[in-house]
Design a protein around this ligand. Structure first.
Ligand code: UDP
Length: 331
């Protein structure tokens, strides 16, 4: 029996596949390679190229393979793009998940672990954020992820399927082997953008706002290593396989760093001065997002092991300096 990883050629999906295979699990990947890379596909996994919006495609995967449960990463995830092109996000994230769920129900596949986000909370009422805190997304990306969670809830009620939703905070870092890492085009995330400076691809890093109500005026985020996220998916799938109820978990280290602190840590790791320039605030950015992950620790037994910020940046730097253009496939 295999685990089907949808979006297994993407950043967090590919790292999860590596951990599943290391744990001796059988893995099937489906990915449309719109943002994922064939090179990120683990050679020991079965791979199907196709789109979850294509019912015949997803049906054929369930018919050919013997699938125990699904881990679902197949979605668009750029906050800025979701604001300028919201219908793309409704189409891929919501319509795609609708087709997927129809096919899962038809094939009696009743377990799904789902990649959600801290963006479901919007401006937090307090930090650290608890899973029970209010959800009022400030961007369309977060809105579609929250709607996907609700789609699972109602489908579960009607058809008995069970789900775990994992709300990630700031995913970062790369596999310690250096074989896979973060490769977005365009890149919008802080750590890879900072590392473009010592890599000779950018002259300075822009700081989006230094007038927030934080210790140095820059935004605070909870940076969580991608391999720690990957482990949480395996624990969540095991929880469902053992009969666990529907659940939602935050995944973060519970420690916040300002943009300036992240830049300083990258200077220490790379030995480069990394010039910075102040820039206006970016629309939709809350001042601080920090997770309480006590629930994932208590119920899933999750324990992040790559929590140190410098170590996280070292793994990212190890990837980016050896793969300055990311994967070699054209985008
Ligand atoms: N950020 C920044 N400069 C950049 C990119 C990001 O100052 O070139 C800030 C951004 O405003 C946010 C933090 O870095 O406060 C993390 O942003 P990222 O896009 O990595 O993740 P997000 O928190 O949006 O999911």
């Amino acid at each position: 029996m295999a685990i089907l990883v949808l979006g297994g050629a993407g950043y967090i999906g590919s790292h999860t596949v590596y951990e599943l295979i290391d744990a001796g699990r059988e893995v099937v990947i489906a990915d449309n390679l719109e943002t994922g890379y064939r090179e990120a596909v683990h050679p020991a996994a079965a791979f199907y190229e196709g789109d979850i919006r294509d019912r015949a495609f997803i049906d054929s995967v369930f018919e050919k393979e013997s699938i125990d449960g699904v881990i679902h990463f197949a979605a668009n995830s750029l906050v800025g793009e979701s604001m300028t092109n919201p219908l793309k996000y409704y189409d891929n994230n919501l319509c795609g998940t609708k087709v997927l769920l129809e096919s899962m129900v038809a094939h009696h596949i009743d377990k799904i672990v789902f990649s959600s986000t801290a963006a479901t909370y919007g401006e937090p009422e307090r930090v650290p954020i608890l899973e029970t805190d209010h959800t009022d997304p400030t961007n369309c990306y977060g809105e579609t992820k929250l709607s996907m969670e609700k789609m699972f809830k109602w489908t579960s009620q009607a058809h008995g399927l069970r789900f775990v939703s994992l709300r990630y905070f700031n995913a970062c870092g790369a596999h310690v082997s250096g074989k896979i890492g973060e490769a977005h085009n365009p890149e919008t995330h802080l750590i890879p953008l900072i590392l473009q400076v010592p890599n000779g691809q950018r002259e300075y890093i822009s700081i989006f706002g230094d007038d927030y109500d934080t210790k140095d005026g820059t935004c605070i985020r909870d940076y969580i290593h991608v391999t720690d996220l990957a482990q949480a998916h395996i624990l969540a799938m095991d929880y469902l396989l053992e009969g666990g109820e529907n659940n939602i978990f935050n995944l973060g280290n519970g420690v916040g760093f300002t943009v300036k602190q992240v830049i300083d840590a990258a200077r220490a790791v790379t030995g480069h001065s990394i010039p910075e320039k102040m820039a206006p605030r970016r629309a939709g950015d809350p001042a601080q997002l920090i997770a309480s992950s006590d629930k994932a620790k208590n119920i899933l037994g999750w324990k992040p092991v790559h929590a140190d910020l410098k170590h996280i940046i070292e793994t990212a730097w190890n990837w980016h300096k050896n793969h300055p253009q990311g994967f070699t496939e054209e985008r």
